[in-house]
Design a protein around this ligand. Sequence first.
Ligand code: GLU
Length: 280
Amino acid sequence: MNAPVASNLPVVTRFAPSPNGPLHLGHAYSAIVGHDLATNAGGRFLLRIEDIDGARSRGELADEYRRDLDWLGLEWEEVPTQSTRLSAYQAAFERLKAAGLVYPCRCTRADIQAAGARMGPMGPIYPGTCKRADMREDEPVQWRLDLDAAGKTAGQLEWHDAFAGEQTCDPHLLGDVVIWRRDEPASYHLAATVDDAVDGVSIVTRGRDLFEATHIHRLLQALLDLPTPAYHHHALVLDEDGQKLSKQRGSPALAARREAGEDGRVLAEQLRMQKFVLGT
Ligand code: GLU
């Protein structure tokens, strides 16, 4: 795979797993795509452990992930984990808050469902209940991005995907997403966007299941004056039932294959040759 960016730019890619369950074949494919894009261009391949979700993150899994990547024959450079970067996320959040681009929200999942929220590509679209309410901040609240205000500030934006081509930014696909959480710090969207800039990532490689998240990330880049990388949303590895693999569905772990004595480098070659079913 060749890098779809100007050849004078250093190619920096990253694999950014959340340590909340064992890695499966889909993660292996994602890591290999990122690794090969970078190394074929003489660039850097980074590993970033996305442990922002303290309640669900399990530290011991990060070591297992390193063993899995090593077993697949990959080499990487590790950048700081998200739990060590909270002050950068806080600064980004304060900037959005000072610009009046976020609003406090007290809705639970059940409230959102009860309000008849429409389903979006990554979950229910927030119906805006708290945006219309006169909210006080004297109780724990979460903070949502005000897409109307943000859109006015940022204007029309574009981003580029290696497969889907030029995209006009449409953050309304996901609605007013949570940016700062009630119980934990920054949301995935804020943390990953800040990290990709801090880490100097030039091509974000990740599965197509996160395609729509990029509309929000592109908007955050504009609001926070961060650079915009190229994107490479790759196809997903599916199981025999045509379902995408997932930690939650208990898809077979790389660690189990490794511990059973399978050759990880052979598996990596099979993934490169797309021997497993790849969905769009
Ligand atoms: N941490 C995310 C996950 O494990 C990936 C985020 C990304 O690649 O932007 O699904």
